[in-house]
Every structure is written in C-alpha cells, then in structure tokens.
Write a protein of this length. Structure first.
Ligand code: KDG
Ligand code: MG
Length: 405
C-alpha cells in the first residue's frame, strides 16, 4: 500500500552553529529527517524547501525515492547548484530514512548491505606554530585517531583559515555580523608548509595517516611546487590544491607529483566531477551527500568513480549535520570504493538537538542498529537555538585583491 507524504517542515536551528533540517511525515505516521545545511547560505536553502518544494511534495508517494529525485532535479528546469542540490538532498535523505523505518532496517541494508564494519575517519589538528600543532596532534591521537589533518599558522599572517591559537577549537563559520576578512600570502605559506609538515611526520612516525588541506588557495604552478616539496612527508592526501572548477589545470599538477590528491567538497553533481574521475586527476572525491543531491545521486557518482579507481573521501566538517553524517556513514558502509571519511566532531550542544546512534571510537565510525538513518531530532531543543547570522571568512591578498577559496 502506498505511503503518502503528508507533512513537510523545515527547521532552522543553531546549537553552536546553524543547521537546516527537513522533516517529512507520512500519512501513516512515519517521520524522516534530512539535512540541507549550506554553510553561510542556510536561509536560501530553507526558503527553497519551504517556498518551492513543500507543497509539491505533499501527496506524493513516499516510497518512490528515485522518482521524487528525478522529479525535483529534471522537473525543475533549473538544475544543479549548491542551493538546489542541498534541498534535493534533504528530501532524498528524509525519504531513505522513512523507507528504512517503514521496513525496519538500517539504510545501508537497503543499499546492498555493508561491505565493511566501520569507516576509517580523519579528524583535525590545528596549531599556530609547531609546538601547538604537535600538541593538538597528540590530543587527537589520544582520542584514538589514526588519520589526522594538520593545519598551521604562517609567519607574517595574522590569521589562517582552519587554524586556531592556544589550543582553541576551530569552527568554519564566524557567528554574528558579516564575513570576517583575512589576509593571505601564498609565498609565505609555500616557504613554511614543508618544514611544518616534515616536523609533524618526524614527531608521529611513519604509520599515522597525515592529511593537509590547501583550501583552493594556489595556482597550478604553486600547487605542483607544494606537492613536490611534500613528497617525503608521505601524505595520505593533499586537499584542494587549486580551485575545484579548474579541472583541466589539475593535469599539470598531477604530472609533477605522486602525492594523492583530494578535491570536491564544493561539488554538487556528477557533472562537476566527471573529468576528474574519468581522467583520474584525483585519488579521492570529497563530495558530501548533503551537497551532492543525497544518497540517490551520490551512490551513482561513487559507482562511476569505482570504475576509475577513485575512492570516496567525504567532507565531514561541523557544518555537515549529524543527519548527513549518518547518511554518509550508511552510504559508505555499502560502497566498495570508500577510502576515508572526515569527522571533525560536534559541539556538545549539537547533541541536544540531534540524537545520533553512530559511534566514533578508535578512529572509526560505526553505525547503530536503528532502522533508517539512526538520527532523531528533538524539535523542542531545536526551537531553543534560533538562527544566528554566520559566514565563512573571505581572504584577500596583501594588496587587497579577493583571493580564491
Ligand atoms: O563550509 C565549508 C567548510 O566546512 C570547509 O571549508 C571545511 O575545508 C573544509 C574541510 O575540509 O573540512
Ligand atoms: Mg576542505
């Protein structure tokens, strides 16, 4: 018997940071949750869902996940883009959650069943100078992590994105007011990065998996120089060495280095990633289910990537809500070409709103046994944390020119 979508509600909540959450309720009382968080542009996705999708969804067959995906993607005429794809992802995740709950199975069972028991995850270490960074790495090692992303300050600069001083926690979005501005100087970074990462490698020994994110700040020549200077550090990956849309230019970087490359956290559809996959210009695809159209689209992209020996290395910062984190866990459990997942962790307030059954220990993420995606949202708690304007910072060159992300 068909199960019909009866209610569509959008929640915007800010337990330490903003999240956009979609609730779909069926006529027989099953509730599914989706994530539509787009860091710094949250209200645009909330409006897309509320003003343009909600009424079109009510009355549809909740079991027809693929048909609903096609209806929202092909039917709208306007395709792709982060706002559209995050909105479609939220609907998709909520419908997978509903199907799992209705059938009494975790979502990964619906995707063919697990091909592994747990996901290897990397987390973040950050410190302005080498002693602070090593301290941060040690704290993450004590928590059991076997893979760590190391970010550090640059002499001469006041701030560097993703880097804190004095052991403070890092959060991508600054809360209250407009975007902060930071000055960036690539030459100083290129001089400094090899020494710092070599010091980290020497400190941790050969086994720990070390990663580094260049946050799209380099041109291909600078990227090749950086990668070559890091060959001996044995990085697990070097991330976002050039702006993600400059795909053809990645060939030049690739030809110069054997350091594994990861790109794609800003991608929204297979069309953003096809050249990188088919020419195997990357080793890891960073797309997240919330920004890549949900489980339905991401599983096709990962199946396509499998043909080219490109692995999934999904984005998992604090701005990917526990609902998407869990959806990504279920998808990656059932995906052969999974490599590693980012797990930045959440402020304790996030746990007051999102009750997740996944567990992180020993550097691995494991699912719970609940049917569906295994995340429940406490709506009363969500209402206690209203939206706060928050943005990623904007970087400028020393002369004031806006710099690439
Ligand atoms: O919203 C964007 C941030 O989450 C992103 O900049 C963080 O680069 C990032 C990463 O790899 O987690
Ligand atoms: Mg990144």
């Amino acid at each position: 018997m068909a199960r019909t979508i009866a209610g569509v509600d959008v929640l915007v909540t800010s337990p330490s940071r903003n999240f956009v959450t979609l609730k779909i309720t069926t006529d027989d009382g099953v509730v599914g949750w989706g994530d539509a968080t787009l860091n710094g542009r949250e209200l645009a996705v909330a409006a897309y869902l509320q003003d343009h999708l909600a009424s079109a969804l009510v009355g549809r067959d909740a079991d027809r996940i693929e048909d609903t995906w096609q209806y929202l993607y092909r039917g709208a005429y306007w395709r792709r883009g982060p706002v559209t794809m995050a909105a479609i992802a939220a609907v998709d995740l909520a419908l997978w959650d509903i199907k799992g709950k209705a059938l009494g199975v975790p979502v990964y069972q619906l995707l063919g069943g697990a091909v592994r028991d747990k996901l290897l995850c990397y987390t973040h270490a950050t410190g302005w100078d080498v002693p602070e960074l090593l301290d941060s790495v040690e704290r993450k090692r004590e928590q059991g992590y076997r893979a760590i992303r190391a970010q550090f300050g640059v002499p001469g600069l006041d701030k560097v994105y993703g880097v804190t001083r004095g052991g403070a926690a890092y959060e991508p979005a600054g809360r209250g007011g407009g975007p902060a501005e930071e000055v960036w100087e690539t030459s100083a970074y290129l001089r400094h990065a090899p020494t710092v990462l070599a010091a980290v490698r020497e400190h941790v020994g050969p086994e720990l998996k070390l990663l580094h994110d260049a946050h799209h700040r380099l041109n291909p020549t600078e990227a090749a120089r950086l990668a070559r200077s890091l060959e001996q550090v044995d990085l697990f990956w070097l991330e976002d060495v050039i702006p993600a849309e400059n795909q053809r230019l990645l060939r030049g970087v690739r030809a110069q280095t054997t350091v594994p490359l990861a790109i794609g956290e800003v991608f929204n559809s297979v069309w953003d990633a096809d050249r990188l996959i088919t020419e195997r210009l990357i080793d890891y695809l960073r797309m997240a289910v919330v920004h890549g159209g949900g489980i339905s689209h991401m599983r096709k992209i990962l199946a396509f990537a499998e043909l080219y020996q490109v692995k999934a290395g999904p984005h998992g910062p604090s701005d990917v809500s526990p609902v998407s984190m869990s959806a990504s866990l279920h998808l990656c459990l059932a995906t052969t070409n999974f490599g590693i997942h980012e797990f930045m962790g959440y402020d304790p307030l996030v746990g007051e709103v999102f009750r997740s059954s996944f567990r992180m220990s020993d550097g691995y993420l494991r699912p719970g046994d609940e049917p569906g995606l295994g995340v429940d949202v406490d709506e009363a708690a969500a209402a206690r944390f209203p939206y706060v304007q928050a943005y990623l910072p904007v970087a400028r060159e020393v002369d004031g020119t806006v710099k690439d992300w």
